[in-house]
Write a protein that binds this ligand. Structure first.
Ligand SMILES: NC(=O)c1ccc[n+]([C@@H]2O[C@H](COP(=O)([O-])OP(=O)(O)OC[C@H]3O[C@@H](n4cnc5c(N)ncnc54)[C@H](OP(=O)(O)O)[C@@H]3O)[C@@H](O)[C@H]2O)c1
Length: 289
């Protein structure tokens, strides 16, 4: 089985590289070796490599910057995914497309099922939704569309690493407590993707770790687990604040909780609570520090 990964240098891409099963003939690429916004270049690479599956872990992920860079975000997340999917269709391959909780507006009362109505609040979510639709149209029945949320990894920039840094620099922190979701170790998402490919699964699924937290809960857990494993020395005071006290160019959904019931069943995966996954990732950071 030959698998082409696009976005090998991102946090999910890095986890996919280190979890790739040895039986896979693996071709990991990243920008600028492959540029999703250049359809002809992507088409040439896909037809040269002839993969059975393409995993697209690449994206324009600057959520706030996207508000003033619609065309750039669309070229990668929307049109770029559409041309990639057409190239994959020409070689009769399959595509794993990674998407986001930001396709939802956060107004739903519970966990979002995969077939919930999409209504993005900002440019990033809108372009990711355009990419979803373009992939499904170009490759009917041949796309594994996996939406995820609140990703972190020991590689790259993310909330966990930002909190660890700020907790060493500041005297106290305020963190928003009116947006909820599920912190998700990209390592678990990577192994889920490999499981999906192994099972030849297609369709729309959701993946995050298990449980629910606010960003404030997540920050407190990072502090406490960081102290427990020796990455932090002192328990910095962390206060809950409303989103209105931390304005950002892009509006975030207040509810990003995704329902994973169908994923746990079809992928045959046991859910793991987000705090356990956080502990594992911090222990790994500690070991390599
Ligand atoms: N991070 C989250 O919390 C989160 C939440 C929900 C969904 N997701 C989705 O999960 C996936 C993985 O996210 P991530 O956090 O791993 O992202 P990431 O760390 O920002 O990595 C994205 C990768 O895409 C590459 N890239 C950007 N523009 C490209 C282009 N034109 N052509 C080819 N590659 C390009 C980047 O390369 P450069 O570094 O050189 O720009 C980078 O290696 C994405 O689809 C994202 O939308 C992420």
């Amino acid at each position: 089985m030959k698998v082409l990964l696009i976005g090998s240098g991102g946090q999910l891409g890095w986890e996919l590289c280190r979890t790739c099963p040895p039986s896979i003939n693996f071709v990991p690429l990243d920008y600028p070796e492959i540029d999703l916004s250049d359809g002809m270049h992507v088409d040439r690479l896909v037809s040269e490599i002839q993969p059975d599956w393409v995993i697209n872990a690449a994206a324009y992920t600057a959520v706030d910057k996207a508000e003033s860079e619609l065309e750039k975000a669309r070229a990668v997340n929307g049109a770029g995914v559409g041309s990639l999917a057409s190239s994959v269709a020409r070689i009769e391959g399959r595509l794993v497309q990674i998407s986001t909780d930001f396709v939802f507006d956060g107004e739903h009362g519970g966990a979002y099922p995969p077939d919930a109505e999409c209504s993005p609040l900002g440019v990033y979510g809108q372009t990711k939704r355009e990419g979803e639709l373009a992939a499904l149209e170009a490759l009917p029945g041949r796309v594994l569309l996996l939406r995820t949320a609140w990703l972190y990894s020991s590689h790259g920039t993310n909330f966990v690493k930002t909190m660890l840094r700020l907790m060493k620099e500041k005297d106290q922190l305020g963190v928003v407590d009116d947006q909820i979701g599920t912190p998700t170790w990209a390592h678990g998402l990577a192994t889920t993707i490999w499981r999906g490919i192994d099972r030849n699964l297609t369709g729309c699924y959701h993946w995050t770790d298990a449980g629910v937290a606010s960003w404030y809960d997540f920050a407190v857990a990072i502090r406490d687990e960081g102290i427990a494993c020796g990455l932090l020395k002192n328990a910095l005071p962390v206060s809950p604040i409303p989103s209105s006290a931390y304005p950002t160019p892009a509006q975030r959904p207040s509810n990003s909780v995704l329902s994973k019931t169908s994923t746990w069943k079809d992928f045959d995966i046991q859910p793991v609570h987000w705090r356990e996954q956080l502990r594992s990732m911090l222990q790994e950071m500690c070991t390599h520090a």
